[in-house]
Write a protein that binds this ligand. Structure first.
Ligand SMILES: [Zn+2]
Length: 472
């Protein structure tokens, strides 16, 4: 078992991780989930891919992780869009919830234990707000809204460096929007009194009809589904302020104990050196990748090449070369499967020392603040290690895939039906190979790859092809 080290945004340094309930090897983890008013873009998915590899790494060290990913189904954005479309919040959010699950599956992300919806936790939000009022960390305004009093919280700004003078300067000012920058720190809304723009979306509260602010939702769902101090809170760096800062303020002032021992944040996705923006036409969804012939797992593989705390700069070239590498790995993997005879019981490695070394090395570099790039380098090395017998290699790859989640487990269920146009290219390539025309054979392989097919040349010189995009 490796020593786990993670960069904790709370302390601004790398710390050794050990869970609160280490006796039972239990780890609680909360990830801020999607606002289900549209389809998540690939930048959003970076935060979920990161949370997933973090969880898999912890589990590979023998822990049980309880993972909560919440669904924001009520906030400024869901309300605005549902009213524009003349439908209820439920009607708006249900399809996008499903959309998120589909994305999760195509990226081989482990399902969370619970995906709570904010609207089911409103009583818990009211409970926290009442506690905050009692303890003088919050106050009601004339219209029936409730605000958090930032100046009363001495720890405010633990995640981001907040200038205390700014808090003093802005003291008494109030912020009704869910999102604002840290130059603009003011008291923020915990409960928003109903107004006509909210339509039918209103809930009873001790302060009259209204609805929660966004930040209180996560404090409430964390308390309801984890309770007490949690081990790890994750999210994208863009949620660090104000969202996570406000979650800490609310929960710690209400309950008087640490909200989360570790806050771990992953950095932005950049495209061609720029942040994604609708106006630049580089606002991409997983489906846009598929339209370009890029499997979601190739995107995940590409992300593993960059440390989670650095911005990942994606270009179509880097994505294509990530896909080529991953496809070659699939090809090698499938070529060592004896499709008829191998009955694989994963987890039963009869340790060939050097095979097990690979698993240990990968676990170790991941435990060291998630060095995914090094893990991938060891993984690639394993494929080309001729000292390891094929059946051992096969099982080792599957064991490592349980940690990296790159879809190797899918390739037992091979569908051998190949469309005729694809078969034509394969036949052409077989002829090229017979004629030792390797330039042509490489070109044809490339063309099959571009159509989403990977090619496996077996010992008997026959060719096999499958389409990984089919299962995405
Ligand atoms: Zn959150």
């Amino acid at each position: 078992m490796a020593t786990i080290k993670l960069y904790n945004t709370r302390s601004h340094k790398i710390e050794e991780f050990s869970p609160i309930d280490s006796r039972n090897k239990f780890v609680s983890m909360y990830t801020c989930g999607p606002t289900i008013y549209n389809t998540p873009h690939i930048g959003n998915y970076r935060a979920y891919i990161f949370a997933d590899i973090l969880r898999r790494m912890i589990e590979s060290n023998g822990y049980n992780v309880k993972h909560i990913i919440n669904l924001t189904d009520v906030d400024d954005k869901t309300i605005k869009k549902s009213i524009e479309l003349g439908i209820t919040l439920d009607e708006l959010t249900k399809p996008y919830e499903q959309d998120f699950y589909n994305g999760r599956e195509s990226l081989e992300l482990l399902p969370a234990n619970i995906y709570p919806r904010a609207t089911n936790s409103i009583p818990k939000m009211i409970e926290i707000i009442e506690l905050l009022i009692q303890k003088d960390f919050a106050y009601k305004t004339e219209d029936g809204s409730v605000y958090f009093k930032v100046s009363a919280d001495k720890n405010y700004g633990i995640l981001v460096n907040v200038d205390p003078n700014k808090i003093k300067e802005n003291a008494g000012g109030r912020m009704n929007n869910d999102e604002y920058d840290n130059e603009n720190i003011q008291d923020f809304a915990l409960w928003k009194a109903w107004d006509v723009n909210d339509g039918e979306n209103k809930w009873e509260s001790p302060w009259g009809l209204g609805r929660p602010g966004w930040h209180i939702e996560c404090s409430a769902m964390a308390e309801e589904f984890i309770g007490g101090t949690m081990d790890i809170h994750t999210g994208g760096i863009d949620n660090m302020f104000p969202h996570h800062e406000n979650e800490i303020a609310q929960s710690e002032c209400a309950y008087g104990h640490t909200f989360a021992n570790f806050f771990v944040h992953c950095n932005h996705l950049m495209i061609d050196g720029k942040k994604m923006a609708k106006s630049d036409g580089n606002f991409l969804m997983l489906n846009d990748l598929k339209d370009h012939g890029i499997h979601p797992l190739s995107y995940k593989y590409f992300l593993y090449g960059t440390h989670y705390r650095s911005p990942a700069n994606m270009t179509w070239d880097t994505l294509n070369s990530a896909q080529t590498t991953l496809m070659r790995m699939y090809e090698k993997f499938i070529s060592i499967i004896d499709l008829k005879n191998t009955n694989i019981n994963s987890g039963t490695i009869i340790a060939e020392d050097n095979a097990e070394d690979y698993i240990e090395k990968i676990k170790n570099v991941l435990a060291n603040d998630l060095n995914t790039a090094e893990a991938i380098a060891f993984f690639i090395e394993l494929f080309d290690d001729i000292e390891i017998p094929n059946e051992i290699k096969l099982i080792t790859i599957l064991e490592i895939d349980k940690i990296l989640g790159l879809g190797f487990n899918k390739y037992y269920k091979l569908d051998k039906t190949i469309p005729s146009d694809i078969q034509k290219i394969i036949d052409e390539r077989n002829i090229a190979r017979e004629n030792k025309d390797y330039t042509k054979s490489d070109e044809l392989r490339e063309s099959l790859n571009n159509k989403g097919y990977i090619v496996i040349d077996t010992k008997e010189k026959s060719i096999f092809a499958i389409n990984p995009l089919d299962s995405a």
